[in-house]
Structure formats: C-alpha cells, structure tokens
Design a protein around this ligand. Structure first.
Ligand code: SAM
Length: 267
C-alpha cells in the first residue's frame, strides 16, 4: 500500500476541513492549488464539494471519487438487471431476501452499494486510509441525498463502514467462527481491467492500493468466520484465490464469482 500524495483544498472555505483531513491521513496539505498546476506528487486528494483523487498535471485523466447518488451506480441501480445480476445470485439473494454481507475489501464501495440496493445489509472493511476516506465521503453524500429520497434512505441504512481502517485479516480473525452469513472478497488482481479507458481513469487508484499481494491469506479466515458462503470476485483469467477450488463459479460480464459454500441458512 502506498500513499504518494498530498491533500489540496478545492476552495478557500474548505481549508480548515482539508487541513484536518490531511492530519488524519498523515499526508501534507498543500492548501488551495489546482491539481493541473502541480508537478509533484503525481496524485493528490482534493477536497471540495466532494473528496476526489486527482492525477496532477495538464494531461491528467478525470478524478476518482465515490458517487452513490449519480453516475454509473445510479444508472446500474435503475436499469442494471436487479436481482438477475450474477453478483446477486453469487451472494444468495432470492425473492425478497438478501443475506447480511461483510464486504471485507470494500474499495470504492461499488459492489457494496449494488448489494445494498438489492436488499442486503452490508458492512464494509477497508484498510487503505485514503481509499477509506473516499468511501466515507461517498457515504456521507449518500446520507445527505437520502434525506430527500426514501429509496436512497433505505439503501443508505443498509450500508455501514467499519469505524477505522483495518485489515480484513485482523478483523476476520477477531470474529467468532460461523458468525457471518456471507463474506465478500474482491482484492486487487494485477492484470485486471485491461480496457484503456478504465485503465486511465483507475491508474491513480491502482497506484494507491498496489496489487494486494497478501490476498490469498483472506480466504481461510473468511471461510472460518462465515456460515453460509464466501464469495470471491475474480477477473476471468485469474487463478482461484489461495489456489482453492470453489464449490461453484458464476461467470459475470467483467469477471467471475467463485463461491465457497457452507451449510448454514443465511440471515
Ligand atoms: C479491487 S478493490 C475492491 C473494489 C470494490 N469491490 C468495489 O466494488 O469498489 C480492492 C480493495 O480491497 C482493499 N483490501 C485488500 N486487501 C484488504 C484487506 N486485507 N483488508 C482490508 N482491505 C483490503 C484494497 O485496499 C482495495 O481498496
């Protein structure tokens, strides 16, 4: 995990909040500078109406941020295939029932949001402090928008974020055996997302997170802690996590879901 960045305020009135966040994240605060005018570092976090990760310099691609209210996630919520999606089948959503899920590698929370919008209560863990700050910011904006939208309010009520950055390895090890219905894992995989557009936009995120070299170690504690299933999202070409063959794999549009089943009944 690397955080080669600084924090900049998007406007003068954001400065106090930007300085407090920079302190929390233990990164320098460059005050009010436009990322296009910065030569070093290669990426900064910018705090304005939203928190976003920006590549610096004139030819930088668009920022990375968490947007649960608009953009692609809103489109997917309304037109994305609902409970027919592979991710829904993978975690065991059926009829009106969605099991509780711990998303142990929450990242930018996109999968967690999809699961919450399909009825699952989702608890999110994220160890990278900057990624977690982006996620927390997206959740706060979701909660603000939810005050005027009952559907968003229901989804927001189903999403919780662990109160501090934590490795899922440590968190899962602290849970009683067979205590969680579903543990969902989607660690970074070095060769994922080959499309040029995705690559360009997500380069900053990949730089920040690295390639989760310890991902294999997640499977055993996740399996011990759950009583219904562990679901692992993998790119199509990736080997099984920890080399362990799942009970079942479902092919999705952009990858596959490997399902490691147990015999409990989900709640
Ligand atoms: C590919 S991203 C997850 C994307 C996410 N599923 C989404 O829909 O936005 C992987 C994330 O898992 C986090 N991660 C990897 N290993 C972790 C661990 N042991 N504990 C907590 N977070 C972890 C990384 O920091 C990264 O943000």
């Amino acid at each position: 995990m690397r955080n080669p960045l600084a924090l900049v305020a998007g406007a003068a009135e954001c400065l106090p909040e930007a300085r407090a966040l920079a302190d929390e994240l233990k990164i320098p605060c460059l005050d009010c500078v436009d990322p296009v005018d910065i030569a070093e570092p290669a990426y900064v976090l910018q705090l304005g109406a939203q928190l976003q990760l920006c590549a610096t310099g004139r030819k930088a691609p668009g920022p990375v941020l968490v947007d649960f209210v608009g953009g692609t996630l809103a489109h997917r919520r309304k037109y994305g295939g609902g409970k027919g999606q592979q991710i829904a089948k993978a975690v065991g959503i059926r009829g009106g029932f969605g099991p509780r899920v711990v998303d142990a590698t929450a990242g930018l929370g996109r999968d967690a949001f999809v699961l919450a919008s399909l009825g699952c209560a989702v608890h999110m863990l994220e160890r990278n402090t900057v990624v977690r700050a982006l996620l927390r910011d997206g959740l706060e904006r979701l909660r603000r928008a939810a005050s005027e939208d009952p559907t968003l309010a229901e989804i927001a009520a189903r999403m919780t974020l662990e109160e501090r950055p934590i490795s899922a390895l440590d968190w899962l090890a602290q849970q009683p055996a067979n205590s969680i219905p579903v543990v969902y894992l989607d660690p970074m995989f070095p060769a994922r997302d080959k499309s040029a557009k995705v690559k360009k936009e997500m380069a900053a995120f990949h730089q920040l997170v690295g390639s989760d070299e310890d991902a294999d170690a997640l499977l055993a504690p996740a399996y011990a802690a759950c009583y219904y299933r562990v679901v692992v999202k993998r790119p199509r070409v990736a080997p099984f996590l920890a080399g362990k063959k799942p009970a079942l794999s479902l092919q999705g549009k952009s990858g596959r879901f490997d399902i490691y089943t147990k015999h409990g009944i989900p709640t």
